[in-house]
Design a protein around this ligand. Structure first.
Ligand code: AMP
Length: 216
């Protein structure tokens, strides 16, 4: 099964992706997570990527495509994958589909999480992450029991450097200008499943699970 999950920053891609990964037992490949790991390890790629990410801009296609396609060549992606945050431009989508076509494959479905800009602001600016176990909180919707501390492992929570209102606006424009063409591309192939992601994570998941039943 080869799936893509897409949505503006804050649409809840990470949460839904985790559910899909657990339910269908497929490898989750998140380009954002890969970049963050590179930044964390202070690699050359990480330093370069961070010069774009820290401004809310997309990392250039050639760097992103190279990184993700190399990851998809690993054996754990042989029987399928869930791509999260990639492709975000038409050039990335074409590079992905050209690569898959070499082995007679293609993306089966694209899950599009739709969310309003107002909701995004609360979700993004309120988001806090546990750097140790990966748990995700939100100071408006899903607060930790103790302010700033992870319920699961007690680590101090952090905010992503690109999770500010100003950077969110830049990311929103990147989404409108550069990622909507990707949706049109897959829409023409009748591969898109749209889910209203303004709702709670449970409602989003139930809606998606029902829609996937009819498509997979
Ligand atoms: P995400 O966690 O998916 O929101 O990604 C965080 C940031 O990493 C984005 O705002 C971009 O700067 C960068 N990034 C992630 N995926 C891509 C991609 N497919 N193309 C370009 N930049 C990306």
């Amino acid at each position: 099964m080869r799936l893509i999950i897409t949505g503006a920053a804050g649409a809840g891609k990470g949460t839904v992706a985790k559910k899909i990964q657990e339910t269908f037992n497929i490898t989750h490949v998140s380009s954002g997570d890969m970049f963050r790991a590179e930044i964390e390890s202070n690699s050359e790629l990480g330093i370069l990527a961070n010069s774009y990410i820290s401004k809310g801009k997309l990392v250039p296609d050639e760097i992103t495509v190279d990184m993700v396609l190399k990851r998809l060549a690993h054996s754990d992606c042989k029987d399928g994958f869930l791509l999260d945050g990639f492709p975000r431009t038409l050039a990335q989508a074409e590079a992905l589909e050209n690569k898959l076509a070499e082995t007679g494959q293609s993306t089966e479905l694209v899950i599009q999480l739709e969310v309003s800009f107002d909701m995004l602001i609360k979700r993004i600016v309120g988001r806090r992450l546990c750097p140790s176990c990966g748990a995700i909180y939100n100071i408006y919707f899903t607060k930790p029991k103790v302010d700033g501390i992870c319920d699961v492992c007690g680590t101090k929570l952090v905010q992503r450097t690109d999770d500010t209102e100003k950077k969110l606006e830049v990311r929103w424009h990147e989404h409108i200008n550069r990622t909507l063409p990707v949706l049109r591309y897959y829409g023409m192939q009748n591969k898109i499943v749209v889910v209203d992601a303004n709702n709670s994570p449970e409602e989003v998941w139930n809606d998606l699970a029902n829609k996937l039943k009819g498509r997979l």
